[in-house]
Design a protein around this ligand. Sequence first.
Ligand code: NOJ
Length: 578
Amino acid sequence: MRNRIRRHKTFLKSSLLYFLTILLGTMVLPKAKAQVKPVDAEGHEWWQHAVFYEIYPRSFADSNNDGVGDLNGIASKLDYLKKLGVDAIWITPCYPSPQVDFGYDVSDYENIDPMYGTLADFERLASEAHKRNIRIIMDFVMNHTSDQHPWFKESRSSRDNPKRDWYIWRDGKGPGQPPNNWESTFGGSAWQFDPTTGQYYYHYFYKQQPDLNWRNPDVEKAMFDVTRWWYQRGVAGFRLDAVDTLFEDPDLHNNPILPGKNQYGDPNMANVYNTKLPELHGVLQRLRKVADEYDAVLIGETWTKNIAELKQYYGEDNNELQMPMDFLFTKVDKLSPDEFRKQIAGVNAAGWPVYVLSNHDIVRAYVRYGDGVHNDAIAKVMAGLYLTLRGTPIMYYGEEIGMTNNDPKRRQDVKDPIGKLGWPKDKGRDGERTPMQWNTSENAGFSETKPWLPVPASYKTHNVETELKNPDSILNFYKRVLALRHDDAALRDGDYVALNKNDHNVLSYLRRYKDEAVLVALNMSSSAQQVSFDLRAQGIKADMASTLLTTMKTNQEKAALRSITLEPFSVYIGKIEE
Ligand code: NOJ
């Protein structure tokens, strides 16, 4: 009897302990979230006030003159970035890699490729960046590893290896026949036969990039631990590579074939069974919980077809990606106020917008929007647009000096494998990845040796040193607009209010914050435009604006809102005088 009572008491005690643990747990969990610190009264977080800048490390600055950029090179340019107005740098993969996809084939997630330096170099870069209040964002290649990663080497070694299920292995349909019709986005079948075990493995990208099996909890754990490892080394967040493709239909249904062929000669296909599967949102929610413990930000490489798809990436409760990139914005490929207006309204309704003009996979904005005659003026119009919108901009290195694409002229010069395969329809991505143009010396001051990719002739005029000396340069315009963005509460935190919505030449809007308002008017046409603003509908009686920044030659201190003449391809930014 006594024993039974004691047992009962022990049970009560342990239940109480269990209950207390659960209670404490629920009290502790929100605390982890509470580490996320707002930086203003609106509850905005640091990444909402920050300007991000993408660095392709191979091409930014070469400190050891081997023709390839490196971490010490980046460290040597931190003062430049600080003065430019950059708050966070996203470094594309600099981990050990066979470099088949220039770093997007990672063979060790917790180290630095010797070509870029060492972990000690990384730590020095992190500490120098920290001193300047610049945060570091790493690239998280989570869909796939390199085929040289030890996990894959184990996985392919035998069918019963414990790592076998870390990747997607399947039997073929018959001799020489892959398991289904899925295509690699980089050309050919997405299945590669491996003779060692007589099965196929799945790769959405190159065959040297086998897809991880995110249905396996051990994969999730190992990959989440990678993020912790970097957070503990001071990293402020990740740009998540290829999130759309994390999951595949386990039943391997064939994708529907569409009419026509793609640039690699494969039939067009709707990737309905191997992209954007609902399961990926669970992974993002759990990854976000880890990020929140470190006040970190998750940026998504989110290629969405429409705003509804983009909205899903924020999470129903804003519990997935804080910063899914809006690539729909990059798809507005002409200077069309109407199309930009539509796009901006859409993303504003979806969540906190994240704007990019281009990146290491997209032709540079300078040529996409340029008309070949007014490219510099147009580059300022585009900067005047996405750097004054509500949202977070992610710049691409060299954009601030008007770097152009330098596409290979001959197939034998192409470095990017898809450029070789797709030539001449698809020349690959070398053109947008050329070395940063620092000055007029040989190799644009990037390196004393021949760089891995050639610099375009435009480096003589479009480089940091030359542009710093010219008050009208693209670079000085970027510096001014970024300074304004940091200083002005309306540009930083204000709402976006579209104005003159029927104007097909001029895109204009207000940024409103409390009783402050800033007017932005962008003439996207090649002729002068007369614009008139009646802000009474916004509850604003003022009829004057004081000029904050303009690219116009006839630069006046004030502008009458009822009649502003905008020069061709010009930017006007003014504070509404109330
Ligand atoms: C997207 C990256 O931006 C691109 O450069 C890469 O080739 C693929 N993902 C595969 O990782």
